[in-house]
Design a protein around this ligand. Structure first.
Ligand SMILES: [Zn+2]
Ligand SMILES: [Zn+2]
Length: 405
């Protein structure tokens, strides 16, 4: 039986997050906030889930480029590994820098910077779109002549390393500060303080920032994390798509094609902040809120744990699951992520989403069982849920929102 060992990333990261959380709690350090951590982890769950389906796709894409367009065919010698490491790090620097300096890049990278906390959970805050765009940047490597097997192996290093630089629990690291991107350097990158903006783009090596003039050392000035204009909403979909919508809104209002191109390829700092206010009024029904009840927090914790477990299992058994099973289980995870954001935003329509998720769970159970007893039980459950819809809704809303209407 073939297992996808990428599933181990889930417990691996959780152990470090758990360790950092307990450390902060014991020391009284205010680095973890419930809503921020949940939002960060949920974004990461969606990205890891998409990776199950896209990683092979990108491997074949790299192989196609290597077979048909490579200038050279390089061997896996130690100096080619070293060269590839330096090149991947350089490509990362420019991908990251352009993602900050050009609006269409910022539209997919902005999500990574929304968190107002800075801890290990922030490293998970990578969107599906960002991962795809980043992979497109790697396309230069097979064309240059590096075999796809070498590239995907090094991408694991580039996937793993940034996890450890998202922390406030580690200070300066002596001489390593001159060579590597350290937690101190990356704290500067996530700061919204004026003097720290658009600095320290590197992934593993800090040399590129020094070479291209974007390096800034962390000093005594206290850091404010997050966007210069904080999002203030916990909707999963809004977090992912607000900037894309802001860009579309600005393009729709632009008088001609040149202006539209200037918007898409212009600097994020030049974007009209009024666009977000207009869209918030149009698309979001109420101001976001971070105040949650104990019942909501517990419910969200269970739900996030359930999503993480399901993500682990879908990844581990991805080779054994059928297309329909993959779709049903992924659907349950995605609905759970939107569901959490909706509860954090106190949206009562979340019940309808909840109902949809329950139907998906029953469909997954029915499909997995595929015998008359399971199908009978599933049918009875669906009938009961339909007959007692209002009663279940009242109980659910009373439990989560302390109201019965
Ligand atoms: Zn960034
Ligand atoms: Zn980061």
């Amino acid at each position: 039986m073939h297992f996808n060992l990428m599933a181990l990333a889930v417990p691996f990261f959780l152990v470090f997050i758990g360790w950092e959380y307990l450390y902060c709690k014991r020391k009284g350090l205010p680095f973890y906030h419930f809503t921020e951590s949940v939002a960060n982890i949920n974004t990461g769950i969606a990205e890891r889930l998409s990776d199950v389906f896209t990683s092979l796709l990108f491997f074949y894409f790299f192989r196609y480029l290597y077979v048909h367009f490579a200038f050279f065919h390089l061997q896996a010698t130690w100096y080619n590994w070293l060269l590839l490491f330096l090149l991947t790090d350089l490509v990362w620097y420019w991908y990251h820098r352009l993602a900050h300096e050009i609006n269409i890049g910022w539209a997919v990278h902005v999500v990574h910077h929304q968190s107002e906390d800075f801890n290990y959970t922030v490293s998970a805050r990578i969107t599906v779109l960002q991962a795809a765009v980043r992979s497109l940047f790697w396309s230069v490597l097979p064309v240059a002549g590096f075999p796809p097997e070498m590239i995907t192996t090094l991408l694991l290093v580039h996937g793993l390393y940034p996890f450890f630089i998202h922390t406030q629990t580690i200070g300066r690291l002596g001489w390593l500060e001159y060579v590597l991107v350290t937690p101190s350097h990356h704290r500067v990158h996530h700061a919204s303080n004026e003097r720290y903006l658009d600095k320290n783009y590197g992934d593993v090596l800090i040399i590129w920032d020094k070479l291209f003039g974007t390096f800034c050392k962390e000093d005594e000035e206290p850091i404010t994390y997050g966007l210069t204009k904080p999002l203030g909403h916990y909707s999963f979909l809004w977090q992912h798509f607000h900037y894309i919508l802001e860009l579309l809104h600005a393009c729709a209002a632009a008088p001609n094609r040149e202006t539209r191109l200037r918007i898409l390829f212009g600097k994020p700092a030049a974007m009209d902040p009024g666009a977000r206010v207009i869209l918030e009024k149009k698309l979001l029904t109420a101001p976001g809120t971070a105040s949650t009840t104990r019942a909501q927090r517990q419910y969200i914790l269970w739900q996030t744990g359930f999503s993480l477990l399901l993500l682990f299992l879908v990844t581990l058994f991805s080779a054994q699951l059928s297309g329909v099973q993959c779709m049903l289980l992924s659907g349950i995870i995605l609905v759970s992520l939107v569901n959490t954001g909706a509860i954090l935003e106190q949206k009562k329509w979340v019940f309808y989403l909840e109902y949809g998720r329950l139907l998906l769970v029953l469909a997954a159970v029915g499909y997995h069982g595929q015998n008359s007893v399971t199908l009978g039980v599933v049918t009875v459950m669906v009938l009961l849920l339909t007959i007692y819809f209002r009663a279940v809704q009242t109980y659910y809303e009373r439990f989560l929102f302390n109201s019965g209407e």
